[in-house]
Design a protein around this ligand. Structure first.
Ligand code: IMP
Ligand code: MG
Length: 334
């Protein structure tokens, strides 16, 4: 079984939380992370918040091998730090993964267009991607420090598919280089097909595509955000968040059905997850069953499901991986 988890808005919808839940319940043998260290995936491990920038969010459970995709980029220090945290035997990086070096960060931080106009996180990802396209970037296989961790990730996915593989997407649909709000986007395609291509598996290999929305929309950096609220209003509603990597305040807006429909068109999910339902409906806090949800929350989810015409299978009701209503069996069958 191969499940790919992608974000339907502008990142920060809680993919990390969804992936850590799937890791705990489905017990996959392998998890693969895509993207680069500009994205921080927040997971809660034993009540402690952890921001991951290299390894997949499946780190919260002991079993799975944790791999970085060939199309991803990583930083050696960040990777080694998280490998130590995970247990070094289970951290893997593909030989073809691109390596971000200090000079990429420096180049990016001097780039007025990226830092000023686009609102880049300044992590050197775009600069390294540009070098990769020019065929100058050094890859993981060229670094001695990474030697013990080098793996053929596409081959591993192929071999371990029967034991469960989770592929963790990065950022969000509307930050996609191809399908997002260009030029206010990141330096890669982050829709489901782009994520699978980054890992090195064909589109037919995915058994499930989980599209994650948050119960409201947030965006860090520049670019359009329809229905954006003044910061005071976002604060009042409990929607004021900060970027996991940069600490910048996230801009906020109410849930946007038009964007959600477009994200369904671009990712073709077989199921949808909605996170932070408890922020919109406090009485939903900590629920693990549909019948524990307040009626207004149930009505909202039902009407969203009708409008998107995709089963909503997972509902996030709190920060811990276990705070989840899981309706996959009822809605998709065994
Ligand atoms: P860059 O990819 O770091 O150059 O940033 C380009 C745009 O994508 C900026 O608007 C960033 O705020 C946004 N971005 C990059 N990574 C993330 C993320 O993980 N979450 C949310 N926004 C991100
Ligand atoms: Mg994030």
């Amino acid at each position: 079984m191969l499940t790919v988890v992608v974000d339907g808005f502008f990142g920060d919808t809680g993919k990390g939380k969804v992936v850590s839940y799937l890791a705990a319940v489905d017990r996959p043998a392998l998890c693969v992370r895509t993207g680069a260290p500009n994205a921080g995936h927040t997971v809660v491990l034993n009540g402690r918040e952890l921001v991951l920038r290299a390894l997949p969010s499946c780190i919260v459970v002991d079993g799975p091998v944790l791999a970085v995709a060939p199309g991803a980029l990583t930083r050696i220090d960040v990777f080694l730090g998280e490998a130590r945290l995970a247990g070094m035997h289970r951290a893997k990086v593909d030989g073809n993964t691109g390596i971000i070096e200090e000079r990429h960060v420096e180049v990016e931080r001097r780039d007025q267009h990226l830092m000023g106009t686009v609102g880049s996180t300044g992590q050197g990802v775009g600069a390294a991607m540009a070098e990769r396209v020019l065929r100058r970037l050094r890859l993981a296989r060229e670094f001695r420090e990474l030697e013990p961790y080098i793996a053929d990730v596409p081959a591993m996915v192929h071999e371990m598919r029967g034991m469960g593989v989770v592929v963790e997407g990065t950022q969000g649909t509307f930050l996609s280089l191809y399908h997002g709000t260009y030029p206010y986007v990141t330096s890669r395609d982050v829709t489901a097909s782009g994520i699978l291509s980054e890992v090195g598996v064909g589109p037919k290999a995915a058994d499930h595509v989980v599209l994650v929305f948050k119960a409201y929309v947030t965006r860090v950096g520049a670019g359009p955000l329809p229905g954006e609220l003044p910061p005071e209003e976002a604060e009042k509603r409990g929607w004021a968040e900060r970027g996991a990597v940069t600490g910048r305040p996230r801009r906020a807006a109410p849930f946007n059905l038009e964007l959600a429909r477009r994200a369904v068109l671009l990712n073709d999910p077989d199921q949808v997850a909605v996170t932070k339902l408890d922020v919109l409906f406090p009485a939903a806090s900590g629920a693990t069953r549909w019948d524990q949800l307040p009626q207004d929350a149930r009505r909202w989810i039902q009407s969203l499901e009708d409008s998107l015409n995709v089963p909503i299978t997972l509902l996030g009701t709190g920060p811990e991986p276990r705070h989840m209503v899981d309706m996959r069996r009822e809605k998709l069958g065994p």
